[in-house]
Design a protein around this ligand. Structure first.
Ligand code: EPZ
Length: 420
């Protein structure tokens, strides 16, 4: 059934909320459960359609998965399968993160090639490079990817030409039970990488250096079970901060990890917001009119996250002055721009660069979410806009935001979901 989100904008956000667990941490951790024959319990696992897609893959592989609220229990003792059908791969592009774990566990992996997605061409050459460095034989034919390592994987040096998050995760997953030592050079340093390492180490893996430039993994024979709590979602938190900022709001967000918001907090301060961090809570208070943010460059962590680019852009559409965004990570991650322009924003894009000339006011209109973060940006803009904004393509937003409308409603927004 087609759904849309309807917002009556212009309401100041005020109140308190708790942010859910990080989707991009929970996904590789769910993939990692494939490596162990013992039961693993994952707490703070957000209830999102992307998580459902990962659970469907686990069940297809032969795992017994039990979901109780935000607690997911996986028993992977009877894995009996190494192929992931096209239908399951298409539900979520990041299914490719199952590659390393399935290959390491079963000695084989057969996947359909993921292809592109809404934010551009998304090659997996670095993932395959990492697998081949560990001794996998790879064949790509007829849209399928066949990997094999009948003798098992063997640790080696993997020097990534770019610190890809997914390739780093896949390399870690493949290496934890490989023979000997693996080092991943120029690895991604995102908090989600450290969370994955913590989960794996909890299962008995020997990973050091996560969060730094080189990860070293001493292979172990097998992994045991563990209980793990997923870190909180720094992008969801940033999106709520943008929603507060754009409505002259004042909110408190609980369950955050302050260090993970380090790359975004200065942008809110530059825009004139007051930020107060106390323990695992953050309070943000917005000025009557936001100031422009001179330059935002998306970069691998600890740089400014590409996933926050769209919601922050929505925020600065109404700032006083002109801001510039440079998107360095994905080649076509400006699909939300045309929709923001429909709401009255003044934005010009020239390849990687977006110039956002702040306007006094946005006006509600029907718009379409084309991808997850772009969709969240339309919600942010809709909260600021005068009148009614109707957002289609809600399925994209549901991939990454649990209880979005509920949380916003509790803080005073007028937002609802309608079925067509
Ligand atoms: C992860 O994607 C996240 N997804 C993305 O979040 C996030 O935007 C991205 O990291 C960057 O932070 C998950 O964690 C599930 P990359 P990933 O590999 O791993 C190129 C969201 O909205 N590249 O670091 O796919 C690639 O094309 C999503 O939650 C290669 O060229 O990101 C891109 O330009 C969207 N070859 C750049 O690297 C490869 O083999 C960064 O990609 C792999 C990547």
């Amino acid at each position: 059934m087609m759904e849309k989100i309807v917002i009556e904008g212009g309401k100041r956000l005020k109140g308190e909320m708790t942010v859910h667990g990080a989707k991009n941490s929970a996904l590789p951790i769910l993939a990692a459960t494939v490596l162990t024959t013992k039961r693993t319990v994952i707490h703070n696992c957000p209830r999102l359609t992307d998580i459902d897609a990962a659970i469907n893959i686990l069940r297809h592989l032969g795992c017994v998965v039990d979901v109780d609220g935000d607690c997911v229990t996986v028993d992977a003792s009877d894995i009996n399968c190494w192929d992931i059908p096209d239908t399951l791969m298409r539900e979520m592009r990041s299914s490719v993160v199952f590659l390393g774990a399935v290959l390491a566990r079963t000695g084989k992996a057969s996947f359909s090639t993921p292809g592109g997605c809404e934010i551009g061409l998304r090659p997996i050459d670095l993932h395959l490079f990492a697998m081949s460095r560990l001794g996998a034989k790879i064949n790509e034919e007829y849209g399928r990817l066949e990997c094999e390592c009948p003798e098992g994987l063997v640790g080696d040096k993997i020097a990534l030409s770019f610190p890809s998050v997914g390739a780093t995760e896949n390399a870690m997953l493949a290496a934890v039970t490989a023979k000997g030592t693996t080092s991943i050079i120029n690895c991604a340093r995102e908090p989600e990488i450290s969370d994955l390492a913590d989960f794996l180490n909890g299962c008995g893996a020997k990973i050091s250096g996560a969060g730094e430039g080189v990860i070293v993994i001493e292979g172990v024979k097998s992994l045991g079970g563990t209980e793990h709590t997923v870190i909180s979602d720094r992008i969801a938190a940033t999106t709520y901060m943008a929603a507060a900022a754009v409505t002259q709001g004042q909110i408190k967000i609980n369950n955050i990890i302050p260090a993970h918001l380090g790359p975004v907090i200065p942008m809110f301060e530059e825009a004139g917001c007051d930020i107060n961090v106390c323990g695992h809570s953050l309070s943000i208070s917005a000025p009557p009119r936001l100031k422009r943010i001179k330059t935002i460059r998306t970069m691998p962590y600890p740089g400014f996250p590409t996933d926050a680019q769209a919601p922050i852009m929505a925020m600065i559409t109404v700032a006083d002055g002109t801001s510039m965004i440079i998107e360095n990570i994905f080649e076509s991650r400006y699909k939300h721009v045309n929709e923001l322009v429909r709401l009255g924003a003044k934005i010009k894009v020239e390849s990687k660069v977006a110039v956002v000339e702040g306007v006094h006011c946005l006006y509600g209109a029907p718009v379409i979410a084309g991808d997850l973060r772009g969709g969240a940006a339309l919600v942010v803009a809709g909260l600021a806009a005068k009148g009614t904004t109707e957002i289609e393509g809600v399925n994209h937003i549901d991939r990454g935001h649990a209880d979005f409308e509920k949380n916003l409603t509790l803080m005073g927004a007028i937002i609802r979901r309608e079925k067509e």
